[in-house]
Design a protein around this ligand. Structure first.
Ligand SMILES: C[C@@](CO)(OP(=O)(O)O)[C@H](O)COP(=O)(O)OP(=O)(O)OC[C@H]1O[C@@H](n2ccc(N)nc2=O)[C@H](O)[C@@H]1O
Ligand SMILES: Nc1ncnc2c1ncn2[C@@H]1O[C@H](COP(=O)(O)OP(=O)(O)O)[C@@H](O)[C@H]1O
Length: 325
């Protein structure tokens, strides 16, 4: 049976304002998201049985990721923080189930998920896996012109999923301005090459929990200045206009994040902020060299306990490799 392989990227919210609370339990958001080259690995195989099987493992190994985070992964034990659900609470399983139902597909899928993107970090790992899974499934079944149905499935799975579907699908750079609850997308035609240092502090935050702590601003800040600077590739003005309205509510739940932000700032990463609802923080580096040097310095200061990576915006969609049966 056919196999599809791809590498779902994480995202950073470079700008995130929340203009209003809605009556349906969601918030209106005004955000600029960029995909970054911190990626999971996804392999999807079509199988004759009418079910979805999923296995998930950390890359390069659970011991190595646990070691960086200062967690014990001895004797085959997976620390709580690194447990990835393999039942229908995994967004990949939910998305593929919705795919089968929407298209009346009788056969099933076997999924192998290689995780690198921390969960509950505000980096959208699960959403990206889900979006890429349905894109792979459409390619396996050779369904053409189905982007509207896929978009419908994506937004039913989560507000951030359509962004990753757009990045899976398109030839344009992988950044977008998102509004509504996150599902209304205007892809950005240019995306400057930006280097970041991203830091995940070995604690996850629940998106719903952080939104619940938010006080919606009386005078929301518009994304217009940030978007203008982003389109021009003006790093300095971009830096001045970056913001994340969810920082304050996330800090109410996890005040220690302030120390991590302070450490990034002290190394010369300016500005630095949370991505999405956290818990990962990132700072804008001047270039790849500065980002690498700062990661090296922070590794000695902060590890074990914090996952640190240099990340970069990605210029084009990740190809899906199809291996015919
Ligand atoms: C905060 C953001 C910023 O990009 O990212 P993450 O931190 O999750 O990565 C997103 O808005 C998260 O999107 P996503 O993670 O897909 O959220 P969903 O599964 O749709 O919703 C989870 C819960 O978050 C809250 N929620 C989510 C989106 C939104 N626009 N308003 C909300 O209030 C709701 O309480 C909802 O029940
Ligand atoms: N494919 C997946 N990979 C990782 N976590 C997943 C996946 N599917 C569901 N989850 C669950 O989703 C939650 C967070 O999802 P994720 O998208 O990584 O976080 P965030 O919303 O912070 O971007 C975690 O609690 C995790 O258990």
């Amino acid at each position: 049976m056919t196999i599809a392989r791809t590498s779902p990227p994480a995202k950073l919210n470079l700008f995130l304002e929340i203009p209003a609370r809605r009556d349906d339990g969601y918030h209106e958001i005004d955000t600029v998201m960029a995909a970054i080259d911190w990626r999971d690995e996804l392999e999807i195989e079509s199988i004759p049985q009418p079910r979805i099987e999923l296995t998930a493992d950390w890359l390069p190994s659970v011991e190595s990721v646990a070691g960086e985070l200062g967690l014990d992964a001895g004797a085959g034990r997976v620390p709580e923080l690194l447990r990835i659900p393999t039942d229908d609470s995994n967004l990949v399983v939910r998305a593929l189930a919705a795919f089968r139902a929407s298209f009346g597909v009788k056969t099933g899928f076997r999924v192998r998920l290689g995780k690198r993107i921390p969960a509950g970090a505000g980096m959208g790992g699960a959403s990206s896996d889900a979006a890429h899974a349905i894109d792979c499934a459409a390619q396996i079944h050779q369904f053409d012109n189905v982007s509207e149905v896929l978009h419908g499935i994506a937004s039913s799975i989560g507000s951030d999923v359509p962004f990753f579907l757009a990045t899976a699908d398109s030839q344009s750079p992988m950044a977008a301005h998102a509004t509504g609850r996150g599902e209304l997308l205007s892809p950005l035609k240019t995306c400057p090459s930006i280097h970041f240092v991203v830091a995940y502090p070995s604690t996850s935050l629940s998106t719903a929990g952080v939104y619940a702590q938010l006080n919606v601003p009386q005078q929301p800040v518009s994304s217009a200045s940030f978007l203008q600077a982003f389109r021009r590739g003006d790093r300095e003005r971009m830096g001045k206009a970056m913001m994340n309205r969810l920082t304050e509510p996330a800090l109410k739940i996890l005040p220690q994040l302030n120390e991590l932000l302070e450490s990034l700032w002290q190394c010369g990463l300016q500005p630095c902020q949370l991505t999405g609802s956290g818990s990962a923080c990132f700072g804008l580096a001047k270039d790849a060299e500065q980002a690498k040097e700062i990661v090296k310095r922070l590794e000695t200061e902060l590890q074990p306990g914090v996952l640190l990576r240099v990340a970069q915006t990605v210029p084009a969609a990740t190809p899906i490799e199809i291996e015919p049966s």
